[in-house]
Design a protein around this ligand. Sequence first.
Ligand code: KIV
Ligand code: ZN
Length: 527
Amino acid sequence: MSPDNATSEDPGKVVIFDTTLRDGEQAPGISLDAVDKLEIAEQLARLGVDYLEAGFPVASEGEFEAVRAIARGVHGPVICGLSRTNLADVDRCYEAVRDADSSRIHVFISTSPSHMEHMLKMNEAQVLAEVRSGVGRAREHLADVEFSPQDATRTPLDFMLEVLAASVEAGATTLNIPDTVGYGIPWDFGDLIAYVRREVAGDYVISTHCHNDLGLAVANSLSGVRNGARQIEVCVNGLGERAGNAALEEVVMALKIRADQFPGLETGVKTEELSKTSRLVSRMTGYQLQWNKAVVGRNAFSHESGIHQHGVLMERSTYEIIDAASVGQVGSQIVLGKHSGRHAFSETLEKLGIVIKGDALNAAFARFKELADRKVQLTDADLEAIVAEEVGTAVESGYSLEVLEVHGGTESVPKARVVVARDGKRSEAVSEGDGMIDAACQAIRQATGIKATLTGFNVSSVTGGIDALGDVVVQLESEGVKVSGRGVSTDVVEASARAYLAAANRMVRARARSGSLDGTRRVEVGP
Ligand code: KIV
Ligand code: ZN
């Protein structure tokens, strides 16, 4: 290991390892299928992340397929899959990532006394044996192998060193130090990274993986870099288990804006793509961004007080340390209206970096025309939302919404009538509900006969203004199968009905898959 613990190829590079599609997807209520994952993965590639952890292939048949589709179809980043140490997991992970241009297997096992006693029911010798065999097997498949001692920050130091040394001997090329429960404090976590570097011999890159339970994930990651870490594991918008992981956009911009504190170091991220990536992930996951979110929140470049506004008008840098354009935060542009044709539509999508073809493009154009008739001008953000809805629905041949009628108000019981159609057959239902949205969803439930529990519901407006498009994400669960659906409309009741129907269609597909392949269910012991 060189004294600066840099990657052997490029001593100044901080490798950005994105785990939005693995750890990020473990955030409660998020459920991405292969199509969603592929779309996000393509954007992450445009963003320029170095590594893309696409999932945990052994978790389910659906997850395996999604990781394999990303490995086969996404170019640029190294594609990584997560694996426990058992040999069957490692082999399955390899099968999922092997077709990528470059691939990595990330092997993990818990090493803290609490996890070993209560979860693994293994002693230290058994864990060491697992590390040797799991990492060794991964290394038989690939030259690029990462190892993580889970719950590292609550693992006794001596044992952690023994485990890490064993993993290096078995062939690990990256040692990741996960602060699994977000227990670290910046200077303490930094010392831990420095300690590992000093004590564990070998040629490896050291990496951080910080959770945000104390709101310190980004600070801990940066402290890791100060102490020699040259890979940082991050999620877009700080998604992830519980309070999430270090936010990609915050880590990258801290390294860029305070380059004086990280001399000679840089990432390969194209920061102009940050806002777009953040919006896409927010929409696909249904996790809305807080308004004051650093770097990508809608208030990140708004100034309220007169003094601040005056200062910024005179000279932007008076109150802004980041140039909004450098993170792609440009106000929504009006791009198309109801007279725009198909050619203009697809050209505009191309300019926005959205690549869709065939049926998905036809469906998105038809939906654009419908909405353009109701909303005079559509912005780039509107177009992104329309495409996100259509890409999610076009892949499923399921029910479509033909009619929606709702009645409500302060003095009458909310009621909805829907007509849905599938394979040319129409079915109609009328229902009451707690509100108009509830009534519409109940009516869809009756008309389709698809039963599931509503576990998540999220409404956001795509842009500001009274005629803004409403963007709704619905999550449904049934017998352990979780799906989500999205709907966009000038009317939030209609957007909700569309989202509910899209999720219901997906549920049918997911259930069919899990019936025939025993798929979609997560394995009991997850990361
Ligand atoms: O938080 C964690 O420990 C993890 C590991 C699988 C790296 O996500
Ligand atoms: Zn994690």
